[in-house]
Design a protein around this ligand. Structure first.
Ligand code: NAD
Ligand code: GLY
Length: 371
């Protein structure tokens, strides 16, 4: 590698005028000071991580950052979706204030989507906004949550209900961190990769089907391609609709059913990606019942989701009125308007659309898809 050259093997650009930024993808990025050479100068950097990820990767990152920042502080949060809440968010503000961090301080989110979403929200609100960098360490975070600027915490009544759109300065997808990712988390990330096929790129869906075993084996070339293509599709969508006034909603394919499962069972019971995987199958069934896709398409998607190690049957959330419970939970969704649920459906292979559906039809799908 040449001195002062970027160590990244691939780069995807998010085009958002003055909020544009690169996603760098490759090996040996996280602990390399050159990765961070274009960030703005500041007296202090705060690395936010959690009790699982910090022991694995925080030293590499903080050492690299010491070449650029006089003071590098590490904050280690408890691990888990249940901690994506106000009291844990407050710990980030406590650390910033206790360390005298000024408004040029750069926040680094080192972890999965939970750490990324919370750190991004803290960055959006500390002193009305400080710069931040995403260093995603789960596959899900590398292909989805670290990209696009959605930041949030959960409310007991609904997922990601309190948050802001706030773009990072840089996203660092280091393939090496995936080595320690447990199989269940790998599958959760694959759900988000699969998602990009039916909504935007059927050739990518074909590629995933052919290369799924390589992805499950974390084969670096396959992984790098899957991450790059996923980020390219997300960049294309976010570049047109940063604040989800229209098109961006297609990225929520699988989430309406998935969020209901996550909050209905209690955060952390099912992983977010597991909810999305099963939610895509349920949304595909609803699309089929509305005449938008045929049954072979639904079966194809279901096979792929199952092969990726994800659930394809929804859990029973109520023994008295299961479909009613799902419907109640799905109404607490940011896409809902005047209490009417808006689903991301497949409107023919490779194309998604946001539609409403009669409750009776949704009930049929839930009854057929829950075990
Ligand atoms: P997560 O952040 O909980 O991480 C999953 C688990 O893996 C955690 O226990 C974590 O500590 C551990 N982990 C992380 N990296 C590891 C590594 N390299 N090796 C070993 N263990 C590691 O979950 P997630 O799936 O990354 O993210 C899910 C969250 O992301 C949800 O809260 C969801 O709402 C959010 N999300 C946000 C967006 C967005 O656009 N902002 C998109 C999708 C999901
Ligand atoms: N994960 C959905 C979005 O970023 O819009």
């Amino acid at each position: 590698m040449k001195e002062n050259s970027s160590p990244a093997a691939a780069q995807v650009q998010i085009h958002l005028a003055e909020r544009s930024y690169p996603i760098v993808i490759g090996s040996q990025l996280l602990g390399n000071a050159l990765t961070y050479q274009h960030l703005p100068p500041a007296a202090c950097a705060l690395v936010v991580s959690n009790t699982t990820v910090a022991p694995l990767y925080a030293t590499q990152l903080t050492q690299a950052l010491k070449a650029r920042y006089a003071k590098v502080v590490l904050l280690t949060l408890p691990d888990g979706e249940v901690y994506k809440d106000w009291p844990t968010l407050q710990l980030i503000f406590d650390a910033l204030l206790q360390n005298g961090c000024d408004r040029k301080t750069v926040l680094f989110a080192l972890g999965g989507g939970v750490v990324g979403d919370m750190t991004g929200f803290a960055a959006a609100s500390y002193m009305r906004g400080v710069p931040f960098v995403q260093v995603p360490t789960t596959l899900l975070a590398q292909v989805d949550s670290s990209v696009g600027g959605k930041t949030a915490i959960n409310h007991p009544l609904g997922k990601n209900m309190i948050g802001a759109f706030y773009q990072p300065l840089l996203v660092v997808c280091d393939l090496d961190v995936l080595a320690t990712l447990p199989p269940r988390e790998l599958s959760a990330g694959l759900a988000e990769i699969i998602k990009y096929g039916p909504i935007a790129d059927m050739a990518f869906l074909d590629w995933i089907e052919t290369n799924l075993d390589a992805l499950l084996a974390k084969e670096p070339r396959a992984m790098a391609h899957a991450i790059q293509r996923s980020c390219e599709i997300k960049a294309w969508v976010v570049g047109q609709d940063e604040r989800e006034s229209g098109l961006r909603a297609i990225l929520n394919f699988g989430q309406t059913f998935g969020h209901a499962i996550e909050s209905g069972l209690g955060y952390g019971e099912w992983l977010h990606g597991e909810g999305v995987g099963c939610g895509m199958v349920m949304a595909a069934h609803l699309s089929q019942r509305l005449g938008l896709v045929d049954m072979p398409f639904v079966e194809r998607l279901t096979r792929l989701v199952r092969r990726a190690g994800l659930p394809v049957k929804g859990p029973v959330l109520s023994t008295t009125d299961n479909a009613g419970r799902y419907l109640d939970l799905m109404r607490i969704d940011k896409k809902s308007e005047a209490g009417e649920i808006r689903f991301v459906l497949i409107d023919g292979p490779g194309k998604a659309a946001v539609r409403t559906a009669p409750d009776a039809l949704v009930r049929e799908v839930i009854d057929a898809c829950c075990a």
